[in-house]
Structures are given as C-alpha cells and as structure tokens.
Write a protein that binds this ligand. Structure first.
Ligand SMILES: *Cc1c(COP(=O)(O)O)cnc(C)c1O
Length: 233
C-alpha cells in the first residue's frame, strides 16, 4: 500500500499529537524522539515524511535498508537507525552506513562494530536490547549479569557510544500490564546507572500500539511504523 502524500502527513500529525498528549499527561516535557520505522516502505514514502520534518528512520532488513539509504543520499540530514537483529557477518554494513544500532545483544557484535566503524564517522550510537520477561522467542539480553557485562564492554570500545536500553515487550491487551513491562526496562536502566555510576540518556521503547504507556514510563525514543505508514507490505 502506498498512501498519498497528504495521508502520510495527516498520520504524522496524529502521531505527534499522541506523543505530546502522552508527555502532557505524564507531566514530562516533550523530549521524545519519533523514530519512523520504514521497513517494507519505499524511499518515496520516506521522502514524504522527511520533507514534513522527520529526520530519524528505522530499518530492520539490511539489503532493503542499504538500497533506500543510497536512494536518499541527497537527504543528508537523515539519521539512520538499524533496529533489527544482526548476524555477525553483516556488522560491517551497519558500522559503515548507520548512525544508531538498537538491538545489540552480544559481545562479538559489539567488538566487530567498533573495529569496523570508519574513522571519519563519529562513534556508532548503541542501545542494548533487553529481553524483558525473558521470552524464548525474542532476542535481547536476558539476565542482569549478562547486561552488566555487555554494558561494561561496550563502554570500553572506542568507536561505540552507549546510549541506553531498548526493548520490544510482548503486546498486552491490558494497558496496565503493558505499562509494567516498560517500567521494568526503566528500572533496569536505573539500576545499571546506579551500579556503574553512569548516565544513559536513552530508553528506546514504545511502538504504534503502545507509545502512550512507554512515554509514561520514561521512553525517550518511540519506534513507530504502522501508525505512520499504514500496514506493512
Ligand atoms: C517493526 C518494528 C517497529 C514498529 O512497529 P509498529 O507496530 O508498526 O509501530 C518498532 N520496533 C521494532 C524493533 C520493529 O521491528
């Protein structure tokens, strides 16, 4: 489905209103970054949102993402985020073409990304993906000890910049349960910060269906696909 330009822009207005209302309702200032998740969507659709002021785009599939980055090279203020899981033989492409990687879950990937980050680029921004609820089917770090170890390693790698934590909690029909999942990620971040005496500025959590609860729980980046672009192709 390719929506018309005005439809995409209308949807952006609705999503921005949802974000500002959620901030208002939780007494926060609106410092939430909208990451437009553009997987399966065309470069033309991305360009429409870019022209409407969105600068951050998230992709999950490497080949598809690289083709779009190339097609949109003239939009040089786009910030590209890779949010999907990554095989270690593909790290070079993330290191060379992206600004953020949200789904770090193991040491080997971190080491390769740091080694392969070109010198002329700033450090790659990193979120460690945490498996809140430890579901066997989802990726992400499971235990706190594992998270602690990975955090300490990433902080020592010269070409990575640890920004914070990311999670994709299981969808709950009860908004209170959904909120509790997001609060669990927030509390994990606080615990890590206290233990290591560090500050992490990013909680990457909340998608089309649950961005309100994520914002109440302290999200700083919401990753929104369907609510902006419609159903995926
Ligand atoms: C696809 C995807 C999203 C967007 O989901 P929507 O429900 O379409 O907003 C967000 N985060 C990740 C990691 C995704 O893979």
């Amino acid at each position: 489905m390719f929506m018309g330009e005005s439809e995409i822009v209308n949807r952006l207005t609705i999503v921005n209103d949802r974000i500002s209302n959620a901030c208002l309702n939780s007494g926060r200032k609106n410092d939430v970054l909208l990451l437009a998740v553009s997987k399966t969507k065309s470069a033309d659709e991305i360009r429409v949102l870019w022209q409407a002021g969105v600068k951050n785009f998230g992709e999950n599939y490497l080949q598809e993402a690289l083709a779009k980055i190339d097609a949109l090279h003239d939009c040089n203020d786009i910030c590209w985020h890779f949010i999907g899981s990554l095989q270690s033989n593909k790290t070079k492409y993330i290191a060379e073409h992206f600004d953020w990687f949200h789904a770090l879950d193991r040491l080997k990937i971190a080491q390769r990304l740091s080694e392969q980050r070109p010198n002329h680029l700033p450090p790659l921004n990193i979120c460690i993906q945490v498996n809140i609820g430890s579901e066997a089917t989802k990726s992400g770090v499971t235990g706190y000890h594992e998270l602690l170890e990975l955090t300490e390693t990433v902080r020592k790698l010269p070409n990575l910049k640890l920004k914070g934590l990311m999670a994709i909690p299981i969808a709950e029909s009860d908004p209170q349960k959904q909120l509790a999942e997001f609060e669990a990620l927030r509390d994990t971040k606080t615990k890590l910060e206290n233990q290591l005496s560090i500050t992490l500025d990013t909680l990457s959590m909340g998608m089309s269906a649950d961005l309100e609860q994520a914002i109440v729980a302290g999200s700083t980046i919401v990753r929104v696909g369907t609510a902006l672009f419609g159903d995926r192709n």
